[in-house]
Design a binder for this molecule. Structure first.
Ligand SMILES: C[S@@+](CC[C@H](N)C(=O)[O-])C[C@H]1O[C@@H](n2cnc3c(N)ncnc32)[C@H](O)[C@@H]1O
Length: 209
């Protein structure tokens, strides 16, 4: 169990190849493996449908992903989560405008399919990783977010880990602070816990400057 108040960012390994991203499930090369061809095709077909596209990273039980897909039916909601059990539980409940996938967010953002196609990215309570290999919040990840966003696109992040909020603010220093996009009424699991226990939550919404 991570102590959220005393957590500090672990050192992150540098990329040996700028175009290759390490990740919990095989990194940016994962979708090029033959056994992942069906998943890649499903992802490409979803991305190429018309209408605005939102991505939720680390959807866990899918509470906000499914709520948003139902509240905003003209948007497509692509969710990625690395825990298989969660993905298998959420998938049967996803409406047509929602695609929950078991995929590392770093693999998704660096695979090339999302280039300038994303209107919104939500990351609620990202894991305060203890191992630098698992930490999302690196300059490379934020550069990949910038590559995937369409002009006017917004990245929204929530965390109750003070040092993570400071790290994220530093990484987005070159972006502009923008209004938070509309949201549904459902609270994510961690959001509920924070509200119940009176834990302060930092929210940031950023657009390209
Ligand atoms: C602290 S939980 C927060 C879950 C949920 N968003 C909430 O607000 O309750 C972080 C989630 O991110 C997922 N996660 C961690 N690293 C990830 C990655 N690289 N790509 C996708 N999901 C990731 C974890 O499995 C976990 O479900």
């Amino acid at each position: 169990m991570v102590d959220r108040d005393s957590w500090t960012p672990p050192p992150t390994p540098t990329r040996q190849h700028q175009s290759r991203v390490p990740g919990a499930m095989g990194g940016s090369l994962l979708l090029d493996l033959p056994q992942y061809a069906p998943l890649k095709a499903e992802l490409a077909a979803f991305i190429h449908q018309p209408g605005p596209l939102a991505v939720e990273i680390g959807f866990d039980h899918g509470i906000t992903l499914l709520d948003h897909a139902r509240c905003f039916p003209t948007w497509r909601w692509l969710g990625v989560e690395i825990r298989e059990k969660q993905v298998l539980a959420v998938r049967p409940n996803a409406p047509d405008n929602c695609l929950p996938l078991r995929l590392d967010a770093r693999t998704l953002l660096s695979c090339g399919l999302l280039h300038q196609r994303v209107d919104r990215v939500d990351v609620r309570f990202p894991t305060p990783a203890l191992n630098g290999r698992h930490l999302l919040w690196t300059p490379a990840f934020v550069a990949d977010l910038a590559t995937c966003l369409r002009p006017g696109g917004v990245v929204t992040i929530a965390t109750d880990v003070p040092a993570l909020a400071r790290l994220i603010e530093g990484l987005f220093a070159g972006w502009k602070s923008v209004a938070a996009p509309p949201r549904g009424a459902a609270l994510s699991r961690r959001e509920r816990v924070c509200r119940r226990d009176g834990v302060a939550v930092w929210w940031g919404s950023f657009g390209l400057g």
